[in-house]
Write a protein that binds this ligand. Structure first.
Ligand SMILES: NC(=O)c1ccc[n+]([C@@H]2O[C@H](COP(=O)([O-])OP(=O)(O)OC[C@H]3O[C@@H](n4cnc5c(N)ncnc54)[C@H](OP(=O)(O)O)[C@@H]3O)[C@@H](O)[C@H]2O)c1
Length: 265
């Protein structure tokens, strides 16, 4: 397949689900604009993705800083790149009881998971609607549907992302622009180390974690089909369906048990 000249901008393209998504776009000959904080990781991925015969642009930004999120939009505009697909993947969590967790980190997580998504979506959606063409994929989570004791702020940010995405999907119904939310469950990535969550019961069994390549495939297919959302994996679909029938307080207590730390003897 020839380089199809289309560009996908992927935040968080250097690791985990974002990296697997970037591979799928590269295989379909999309050019990539990859965004993450680490310049070094971006260079490594750039060398790798260039082998697909596509253009790769790497832009290092800390998207928990609103100014840098806006600079990213400006840089892409200055380079004259038209973004056909926007993937808001970069996101972080923080584990622990809210009374003990660090406020600054939580505010930074809100800025990364919510504000950066809003800033990039506003900018690129305006370009997409002006030409009546484009697609956006937002990383929500099954956490979007479940109150999350010990990850209260993270779950709440993902509830925001899902609600926001579904509202936009509806606003855009009469256009050729689509917004899709990808809802993975626990997936085997670096997320839990960054979130200081490695002691949680929820992440002890590696075999029970989803493969980020599978999650990315589900998201990619839903995005290309213009679906409003997709829950990745049967187990996660079942968990959300069951939770929908239970009182929220029961769901929260269940999640607390699942996410509590393992007892070290
Ligand atoms: N893993 C799961 O179980 C799971 C489940 C549901 C939803 N999700 C969602 O999936 C998304 C991707 O997570 P993942 O599991 O693939 O995590 P990951 O392996 O830790 O990857 C995170 C990516 O985002 C980038 N990133 C992190 N902080 C950033 C910042 N401040 N500014 C710019 N880029 C930043 C990272 O690169 P740098 O560190 O170099 O910046 C990396 O490329 C997140 O939105 C997460 O909430 C994950």
């Amino acid at each position: 397949m020839e380089n199809n000249q289309k560009y996908a901008l992927i935040t968080g393209a250097t690791s985990g689900i974002g990296y697997e998504l970037a591979k799928l776009f590269a295989q379909d000959k999309y050019n990539l604009v990859n965004v993450a904080r680490s310049e070094e990781e971006l260079r490594t991925r750039e060398a790798e993705f260039t082998n697909y015969g596509i253009e790769v642009v790497s832009i290092a930004k800390d998207l928990s800083d609103r100014n840098q999120a806006m600079e990213l939009c400006e840089e892409v505009r200055m380079r004259g790149i038209r973004i056909d697909v926007l993937v808001n993947d970069a996101g972080q969590g923080l584990y622990g009881e809210f009374k003990d967790t660090d406020l600054e980190r939580e505010l930074a997580i809100i800025d990364l998971n919510i504000s950066a998504t809003i800033i990039l979506t506003k900018h690129f959606l305006q370009e997409m609607t002006a030409r009546n063409d484009g697609k956006i994929l937002n990383l929500a989570s099954i956490a979007s549907k479940l109150p999350g004791p010990l990850q209260s702020v993270y779950h709440a940010t993902k509830a925001f992302v899902l609600s926001f995405s579904e509202a936009l999907h509806s606003e855009l119904a009469e256009t050729n622009v689509t917004v899709t939310a990808l809802m993975p469950g626990v997936t085997d990535t670096d997320f839990f180390r960054k979130a200081e969550m490695l002691d949680s019961k929820a992440v002890q069994d590696k075999d029970a974690m989803a493969d980020p390549a599978e999650v990315a495939k589900d998201g990619y297919e839903a995005l290309m089909a213009g679906q409003d959302k997709v829950i990745s994996g049967f187990k996660n679909k079942a968990q959300v369906a069951m939770s929908n029938m239970m009182p929220d307080s029961t769901v929260a207590d269940m999640l607390k048990k699942q996410q509590e730390p393992v007892q070290h003897h």
